[in-house]
Ligand binder design. Structure first.
Ligand SMILES: [Fe+2]
Ligand SMILES: [Fe+2]
Length: 177
């Protein structure tokens, strides 16, 4: 039996999602500095998505009448060795978040919290997509690391990470989800 309650663990995940959002802003700022606007927009968009994940978790805690904690802001890096590094960081982060999501899912099962288990299901699917997205981007960035303008074209042409509204997504606090 875990020593953490599900709401406690979800509050910790809210911090992780906000920190993912900040990390992606850091990556976006780096690409903007390098005048790679498509990659910059891609990461600004990802940052918004991470914020949205956090707000879905906030809404869930409000709905089940549990305490919500908003975390402190931790600084994130805005400079990288090269154009591949931010994407490597992003892929590592998405893999790590995947593990965190599975752990939350497992905890929900362990404590027989069926609402929580159902809530976490969407995030399991979401992480599969986000890891796959970053894997795709990493292989393209690695292949064209000497000419990132090719990556810019790819991101624009494929409308990378620009999926439409997902009607199965949990509601986010403040709407907009
Ligand atoms: Fe997320
Ligand atoms: Fe993500």
């Amino acid at each position: 039996m875990s020593d953490r309650s599900f709401p406690e663990a979800l509050n910790a995940q809210i911090a992780n999602e906000f920190s993912a959002a900040m990390q992606y802003i850091g990556a976006a700022v780096y690409y903007d500095t390098e005048t790679l606007p498509r990659l910059a927009s891609f990461f600004y968009r990802q940052a918004l998505e991470e914020r949205e994940h956090a707000m879905m978790m906030v809404q869930y805690l409000l709905d089940v009448d549990e305490e919500v904690r908003i975390p402190d802001i931790k600084g994130q890096q805005t400079s990288f060795d090269d154009g591949v590094a931010p994407v490597q960081m992003a892929l590592e982060q998405e893999r790590r978040v995947g593990e965190e999501i599975y752990a939350l899912f497992e905890l929900a099962r362990e404590v027989k919290d069926y609402r929580a288990e159902q809530f976490m299901q969407w995030f399991v699917k979401e992480q599969v997509e986000e890891v796959a997205l970053m894997q795709d981007l990493l292989s393209v960035v690695e292949r064209s690391k000497d000419n990132l303008l090719l990556v810019e074209e790819f991101v624009a042409r494929e409308a990378l990470g620009e999926e439409g509204d997902d009607p199965t997504a949990p509601p986010a606090a403040g709407g907009g989800g």
